[in-house]
Ligand binder design. Sequence first.
Ligand code: GDP
Length: 327
Amino acid sequence: LVPILLHFFLTATTPYTTLPSVLLVGPSGAGKTALLTLFERGPLYHQQAPSSSAAAAQKPRVSAPVAQTHTSQVPASVELAVSTPANSDGTSGGGPTSYRTDLDAAGATAKKFLLVDTPGHPKLRRHALAQLSSPSATITPSLLSPSTTSLSSSSSNSTTEASKSKLKALVFLVDAAALADPDSGALAAAAEYLYEVLLALQRRFSARRGSRAPPAVPVLVAANKLDLFTALPAALVKSQLEAELGRIRRARSKGLLDSGVGVEDELAGGGGGMGEEGDNWLGAYGSEKFSFKEMMEFDIEVEVIGGNVVGDGPGADKWWRWIGERI
Ligand code: GDP
């Protein structure tokens, strides 16, 4: 296993054109803005960040781990970087570190990428979903983020923003504390959105031309707010989401049956190619209970990992490492 050094990127010398993307999606209030801010400010938040480093020189010191977030209508993207540090003998070295690591101080070569925030509001999601279902290996971050604002001090360039970016992975953030509250409707709302996201990726796979599938887009379900004692642990977030996704799948196929489209028709259009109607069935056709493992049929790896952006808890390091391993 190659240890990975992760770090936030400081300069804007590399045009957005060449950077791969990781999409950050999830319902409003899950903590997307907070997470983006945490990763962007990572090295500065770390108390031991060397004051002589480029990071300290170029950025104002922040007194709070996370800026006050607001209801975001306008998504943002930040430029970040991951790296595998090399020992003097050329082998990879150092233990796995977090987004707090100062990559400049570590002397590592960075692989840069864009973390692209998307709107959580249901009315604004369709841009993200439309791009996901396209069999193209790339997305256009500027269409997801019409007013892409770099949280760093560098100003963004409108010509490079219109460019395509390779989609590497997707992080679906959920509020694990809200999921625990049966009256909040958060579980149904999160599952509804996740269903659309996974279905879009499934369609992307199915819409391939010939035998060549577009590069796989792995999905991290990040169970956030585990600092709150009311929050569901990751294993329960996983099983509850799976159960809810199964319910949605059943309800939707029942809707199709009621509308006169039989299962036979769906199966006829199903199989490898997936026809119009079969298009609405998430995962393995005909399976009783839904499980994230079924998505492997479409080359979609789904992993659920718990963490938190603020407060005491497992933190965001595991998410960061998951992203780093997929860039
Ligand atoms: P967004 O709508 O997904 O962008 O969510 P925000 O980033 O605006 O976060 C919504 C609220 O959740 C804010 O008040 C955040 O401070 C809070 N929040 C985010 N992450 C955490 C966390 O890990 N733990 C706790 N307790 N609150 C969090």
